[in-house]
Design a protein around this ligand. Structure first.
Ligand code: IMP
Length: 430
């Protein structure tokens, strides 16, 4: 039996929530391993919509254990609000089904403020972050001055840790002409909520080891997408964590050999929120149509997503970077009404044809897509559950896409509903 890592193969928002939820019927354990409440996973179950940000998608299923790993950055207030919101929809959340790593780093209010200060000051160079404090929190983690879940246990320790981190932040704030962030009120606020967080806190690496020994099936749930990876994405227009599959191991405390199958979630077209290069972006009626039919608005920030044709060059690249074994193709039904559908098969830069996205942002902004066109199927695929029932032109599009990205498509999602999925290969069993 496999353990499976699910990751986005584009710029996030590929529809991971639905696929993870659907796969979690088979899994025993669902683990978030990076990112924070910048992620937004929407699940629609029996007509009820659940919007998850920090909680693993397994939380809405009975008899599953959800884990927030050490690689996640946690805004403790956002987490507690989310727990309450999901509980109010009738979902049970307690120490039996939620575990939080004691080593996870906290996002604190001065991180959010720093994110906003920087974005506001950057003008045209802004990243277009979710303004949740993700970047500044990861910076403090790497800078070894962060506050972690375990630091909430002792008042004395928390006081010292806050002293250290605020020394750094207040120096920058002073330089930027901002007010000094006061330690005492923050410490008081943190100590007030500490018991509510600490009750979930455990050594995650040890729990995962035990679950592995018990032959439990583990699903690692990635957030964002590979093109937002801090090393492999469209830097600097990226998030501040590693979103590739191997981050599942470091972000939860198990070896890379604990991941047996990497499932890449891929939208049948491309979207991106925030700034940065997007070679196949469509700033025309077709782009608008994709956005409207695909309901392309951010789960977290409600921002309109930029839309464009499927970029085969990019997806082929992210498949290689992250060792993706199979693709779950999502939102095929959004293309149902189009006369013509295009796939980007190469780029042109300075008169030369290239088969990958260059690393420099200046070059990424310069590349021009070279397309191959396909006839649309002009009929409804929404809700189809068998491959044979797809219209012939949809089958051609999928086959061509599969051939181009050199990786098998193991499932196809035809609506946001949990059961509207064509299963070709089960990642847990292949
Ligand atoms: P940050 O993660 O808030 O720092 O934002 C950095 C970049 O990642 C921005 O372009 C965001 O729009 C993008 N981003 C962050 N989280 C998500 C996500 O869950 N889906 C899509 N884009 C995201």
């Amino acid at each position: 039996m496999n353990n499976v890592a699910v990751i986005g193969s584009q710029w996030g928002d590929e529809g991971k929530g639905k696929i993870v939820d659907w796969l979690s019927s088979e899994a025993d354990i669902v683990v978030r391993f990076q990112g924070g409440h910048n992620a937004g996973h929407t699940l629609v179950i029996d007509g009820v919509t659940y919007k998850l940000r920090l909680l693993p998608s397994g939380i809405v299923r009975k008899n599953k254990i959800s884990i927030i790993g050490n690689g996640v950055v946690i805004d403790p207030w956002a987490l507690l609000d989310e727990i309450e919101e999901i509980r109010s929809k009738g979902v049970m959340i307690g120490i039996d089904n939620l575990i939080i790593s004691e080593s996870a780093n906290l996002i604190l209010p001065f991180h959010k403020e720093m994110d906003e200060i920087r974005e506001d000051a950057a003008g045209k160079a802004k990243i277009g972050t979710t303004r949740r404090g993700i970047g500044p929190a990861y910076e403090d983690k790497i800078g070894r001055r962060s506050i972690r879940v375990m630091d909430l246990i002792s008042e004395k320790n928390l006081d010292q840790r806050l002293e250290t981190v605020l020394l750094h932040h207040n120096a920058i704030r002073k330089g930027l002409g901002k007010n000094i962030f006061k330690k005492d009120k923050l410490k008081e606020d943190l100590l007030k909520i500490a018991p509510k967080i600490l009750k979930f806190s455990k050594p995650v690496w040890k729990k995962i080891y035990e679950f592995k020994k018990q032959k439990k099936k583990i699903l690692f749930e990635g957030a964002q997408g590979i093109l937002l990876d801090v090393d492999h994405g469209t830097y600097p227009f990226v998030t501040s964590s590693n979103t590739v599959a191997s981050a599942a191991a470091t972000g939860s405390g198990c070896g890379p050999n604990s991941i047996n199958y990497v499932l890449g979630i891929t939208k049948a077209y491309t979207t991106r929120v925030g700034e940065g290069p997007f070679p196949t972006e469509l700033k025309d009626d077709i782009g608008e149509k994709l956005g409207t039919r695909g309901k392309e608005f951010g789960t977290v920030t409600s921002r309109k997503r930029r839309c464009g044709w499927f970029d085969g060059v990019l997806v082929r690249q992210t498949i290689k970077i992250s060792g993706i074994d199979g693709i779950a193709l999502t939102k095929l039904d959004v293309l149902d009404e189009l006369d013509e559908i295009k796939i980007c098969v190469a780029y042109e830069i300075d008169g030369k044809e290239i088969d990958y996205l260059p690393a420099a942002v200046e070059d990424q902004l310069k590349v021009k897509p070279i397309y191959k066109s396909y006839k649309g199927w002009k009929s409804k695929t929404k809700g189809i559950k068998k491959l044979d029932d797809l219209p012939p032109n949809a089958k051609i599009y999928i086959k061509e896409l599969e051939k181009f990205i050199e990786t098998k498509i193991s499932s196809i999602s035809t609506s946001p509903e949990r059961n509207d999925t064509i299963l070709i290969e089960d990642p847990f069993k292949s």
